[in-house]
Ligand binder design. Structure first.
Ligand code: C2E
Ligand code: MG
Ligand code: MG
Ligand code: MG
Length: 283
């Protein structure tokens, strides 16, 4: 009986595998076609200065307008990272971002900083770095700038290579932020050696920070550490006014979160860019 069960399981496992590889092929094909058909859209989540609550920039977050409905990054980025398609997605996001900044520059909008997420595969790909270098020359982004966000976790995969690549990015005039900071086990020595402009305090520290004093201590330590290394500090995932108030008192420089604004379409973000006086946020 045990044997029967065993073989039954094997059959099911094989079927699962087949199904899985089928789904994988479909998703790969859909991503490639989606890129060609421009089904992927850049969304922008505003980032505000904590002192005067002015718009300081935005993080570019990818959305996939699939015929079956809107797909969020969690539904395709991890797969794209595994399959290598993230490189093509990264080229697309970069070009769309530069196109946007050029358009805004030519329209006379105020210069703005856009943050783009960079996966480990992209950071480690020399083709990606060369492509980046070429493409940057083709667009006129004026005084606007781009900043690449790499997770603290990814930065530790190969610290020597990370440092070299981050230096290359700086040589190209691109700034760097460590994303999801506080969750990625980086060491203080690497933090001091990496050329980093910004630390983004992970949402998990901001969640419940009002009730949890130990989270407040962690955030204020990260802020002091970052400042003493010459970096500026962003808190992400701010959902309440009380969180924003505390973060302001702790000296965090920049705010990002649903309390201020959710990721929005290009048109909605352009409205914010061109109507700065209509922002009625309070902390
Ligand atoms: P991330 O870079 O840490 O981006 C922040 C995520 O938190 C975004 O989710 C954003 O919508 C969400 N968020 C921001 N504020 C709040 C808040 O107050 N409350 C809550 N509950 N959530 C908030 P999203 O857009 O689903 O993106 C998820 C992740 O996918 C990103 O995490 C990033 O790692 C990745 N990703 C997104 N776009 C790209 C891309 O173009 N390229 C790459 N390589 N990765 C991307
Ligand atoms: Mg990010
Ligand atoms: Mg983040
Ligand atoms: Mg994150």
């Amino acid at each position: 009986k045990a044997q029967e069960e065993g073989s039954g399981h094997t059959v099911i496992a094989q079927k699962d595998k087949l199904l899985q590889s089928d789904a994988v092929l479909t998703l790969s094909r859909e991503i490639k076609e989606g890129l060609k058909n421009r089904e992927f859209k850049l969304y922008f989540q505003p980032i505000f200065s904590s002192q005067d609550l002015r718009l300081a920039g935005a993080e570019v977050l990818l959305r996939w307008k699939h015929i079956e409905g809107m797909r969020h990054p969690g539904m395709f980025i991890p797969f794209a990272e595994k399959s290598g398609l993230i490189i093509d997605i990264g080229y697309y996001v970069l070009e769309e971002t530069l196109r946007m900044l050029t358009h805004w520059n030519h329209s006379g909008f105020l210069p703005i900083q856009l943050n783009i997420n960079l996966s480990l595969r992209e950071l480690e790909s020399i083709e990606f770095m060369n492509h980046l270098n070429r493409v940057l020359y083709q667009y006129d982004i004026g005084d606007s700038g781009i900043k690449y966000e790499i997770t603290e976790y990814a930065s530790m995969h190969n610290p020597i290579l990370t440092r070299e690549r981050l230096e290359k990015l700086h040589q190209m005039g691109i700034k760097v932020a460590l994303d999801d900071f506080g969750t990625g086990y980086s060491s203080f020595s690497h933090l001091a050696e990496f050329p980093i402009d910004t630390l983004k305090i992970d949402k998990s520290f901001v969640d419940n920070m009002v009730q949890d004093r130990s989270k407040q201590h962690i955030i204020s330590s990260i802020t002091k550490l970052g400042h003493s290394l010459g970096m500026n500090l962003v808190a992400e995932g701010i959902e309440t006014r009380d969180q924003a108030k505390l973060l302001q008192q702790m000296g965090v420089d920049l705010f990002q979160g649903y309390y201020f604004a959710k990721p929005m379409s290009q048109l909605e973000f352009q409205y914010l860019l061109t109507h700065p006086d209509e922002q009625k946020i309070t902390v």
